[in-house]
Write a protein that binds this ligand. Structure first.
Ligand code: ADP
Ligand code: MG
Length: 226
């Protein structure tokens, strides 16, 4: 039977700031299928990042049901969520979030340490990923020695190293020139065509054009249909 990789039903997330409740996501229902490439657009503050964090198991819904690969998230321990995240989800952020003291290769290897992969296999995997992203000759460079576009490709290589089922990208082109941005989008498109699910948060209409499905958020709710 065909099953969504992630399924949300009436999911809400309310942040509590002292005495004040901030409803960031309100009653969102959404399925993300395997190999689906979805762009999520909407004004600043509309809840895009919060929704991405929920889908990425970085946070739990305040209410509603979230099922990840057949598992009801409310029933899972923090440890189990972290394990699912580490094995199945690759994150890409606007600010790259690379470790500045490590080479590109060591950055890509980093998430594999937590999988207990032996050092030699880690290194081989990292080098394969960097090669795939066109960075074989930059493996020993530190992030500060790379352009923004190259840093984001290292971040993509790191996200891919664990062979995730899903890539979550929050404004990945926000700090890039348009040429580098297009390269990153092309790669996300390729990953989706290989069967990984991609959820891209962006307010760049050009970037969203790469995604066959575009969802829009407003005031914490989802407007279905492109
Ligand atoms: P977007 O990514 O679309 O800009 P966010 O998901 O970051 O939107 O934020 C949605 C709403 O939730 C905003 O009103 C924001 O101020 C609020 N918010 C986001 N994160 C937190 C937090 N950690 N604590 C309290 N409020 C938050
Ligand atoms: Mg955001």
């Amino acid at each position: 039977m065909k099953e969504a990789l992630v399924s949300l039903r009436g999911v809400s997330k309310t942040y509590r700031l002292g005495e004040i409740d901030v409803p960031a996501v309100r009653g969102v229902s959404l399925d993300i299928w395997r190999g689906e490439f979805v762009a999520l657009m909407g004004p600043s503050g509309s809840g895009k990042t919060t929704l991405l964090h929920l889908v990425g198991l970085l946070d739990r819904p305040s209410s509603g049901q979230l099922v990840w690969n057949g598992r009801e998230v409310a029933a899972l321990s923090e440890g189990r969520l972290a394990e699912l995240r580490g094995r199945h989800i690759g994150f890409v952020f606007q600010t790259f979030n690379l470790l500045p003291g490590l080479s590109a290769r060591d950055n890509v290897e980093f998430p594999l340490i937590f999988q207990g992969m032996p050092a030699r296999r880690r290194r081989k995997r990292a080098e394969e990923m960097l090669e795939r992203l066109g960075l074989a000759d930059r493996a020993s460079h530190r992030p500060g020695q790379l352009s923004g576009g190259q840093q984001q490709r290292v971040a993509l290589a790191r996200a891919l190293a664990v062979e995730p089922q899903m890539i979550l990208a929050d404004e990945p082109t926000g700090n890039l020139d348009s040429q580098s941005g297009q390269e990153v989008m092309g790669m996300l498109h390729m990953l989706a065509s290989e069967g990984r699910s991609v959820l891209l948060v962006t307010h760049d209409p050009e970037a969203a054009e790469y995604a066959p499905q575009v969802l829009r958020m407003r005031d914490g709710t989802l407007e279905h249909g492109a």
